[in-house]
Design a protein around this ligand. Structure first.
Ligand SMILES: [Zn+2]
Length: 369
């Protein structure tokens, strides 16, 4: 039976160490997880602002396209106008050519033939005069048409220039858009990575939590076994469990008892390894019993901590203090001030976290107070 008990004690010791390690690791993972989520939030904001930039550029490209289409239509209209004018010009040139030819042939016919073909001499001169007037009018019209044509050609050239500029603008916008799209793709890649990391962290945390819960259950079973063994031993020897003194004189309320509870900071079900006694900052913290200080300093989430080894082998622990008034190696007496109440380490307000450890395992302090 004694052998079994010592094996259980070793197991409890090992699992306690494992538990502390697991808790630190879990906190580390929780920190990483919240960092990850913060980074994801920042990326979401950046992607959102790129999206609105892209939407704006796409709107500009669309209006640029509209402008180009409008210019295309105008160029087409102008071309049609030019074609029409060219048709008129060639028609007029043709008519003018015919008339000039007619006049030349009339002149070459010679005087007699003109006389003969005209009913009278005055009729002949009249004919010549009318032809000449028509020819002059044709020439004026042709000149006007040429002027019109060159004006419209200038307009066409201006429209073409405008279109080229508009197309350049559109190309620049498309280039901008491409760059922003590639930035966005890069950010989205980063976010994918973070999401994957988040999943990994979450599964690792839940794995650790499950492991910790299993260890705590084993620890509790071992503790129960040891407790029954202790009471059996006590019954055999007739020894009485010694009572220590309350570690925060004048403040008797326990805000959080020993056992399973929802952790106030980590917000998950956990085993509370001691009792919490709230008191104002600076209130004296006193030694549970006579003993020797074996630790005085900062101890992780415990903050400023004192540990005292008592003469019967029990170790008491006093955590979250604002000041420590005993040093390692000091001999202290029952009720002697060893620290001042504070809220250092993982704590939500000034209180003493008080633990009793027997053979390295924490036990319910209320059984000894
Ligand atoms: Zn506590």
């Amino acid at each position: 039976m004694k052998k079994i008990t010592s094996i259980i004690t070793v197991c409890v010791l090992l699992s306690s160490t494992g538990y502390i390690y697991a808790e630190n690791n879990q906190q580390d993972l929780n920190n990483k997880l919240s960092e990850n989520r913060e980074e994801q939030g920042t990326l979401d904001k950046q992607i959102g602002s790129l999206d609105s930039k892209i939407a704006e550029i796409e709107k500009n490209i669309e209006s640029s396209n509209d402008e180009i289409n409008k210019l295309d239509e105008e160029v087409e209209d102008t071309k049609a106008e030019i074609q029409e004018l060219e048709g008129k010009i060639s028609e007029n040139e043709e008519a003018l050519g015919k008339r000039l030819k007619a006049i030349n042939s009339n002149y070459s016919m010679g005087f007699v033939k003109v006389i003969l073909s005209s009913s009278s001499l005055s009729d002949f001169f009249n004919n010549i005069y009318i032809v000449k007037q028509v020819v002059d009018q044709d020439k004026v019209l042709l000149k006007e048409l040429d002027v019109n044509k060159s004006e419209i050609e200038t307009k066409e050239k201006q429209l073409e220039d405008k279109k080229v500029k508009q197309e350049e603008l559109k190309m620049a916008l498309e280039k901008d858009n491409q760059m922003i799209e590639s930035d966005k793709a890069e950010l989205e890649g980063l976010k994918d990575k973070l999401t994957k990391e988040e999943d990994d962290l979450e599964s690792e945390i839940s794995k650790l939590a499950a492991e910790a819960a299993a260890k705590l259950a084993a620890e509790k079973a071992a503790q129960d076994a040891q407790n029954s063994q202790n009471s059996q031993n006590n019954n055999e020897t007739g020894a009485v469990i010694s009572s220590g003194s309350w570690p925060v004189p004048g403040y008797s309320r326990v805000s959080s008892p020993y056992g399973y509870r929802n952790h106030p900071i980590l917000n998950r079900q956990e085993f509370h390894t001691g009792i919490d006694i709230p008191a104002p900052q600076g209130t004296p913290v006193t030694s549970f019993d006579d003993g020797k200080v074996i630790f005085s300093g900062v101890k992780g989430g415990y903050g400023n901590t004192i540990m005292i080894q008592h003469d019967d082998g029990k170790v008491t622990l006093y955590a979250h203090n604002s000041a420590l008034t005993a040093s390692v190696g000091d001999r202290v007496q029952k009720g002697q001030v060893v620290a001042k109440i504070g809220s250092t380490g993982m704590s939500t307000g000034p209180h003493l976290h008080f633990e009793i450890r027997i053979n390295g395992s924490h036990t319910n302090p209320m059984n000894y107070l």
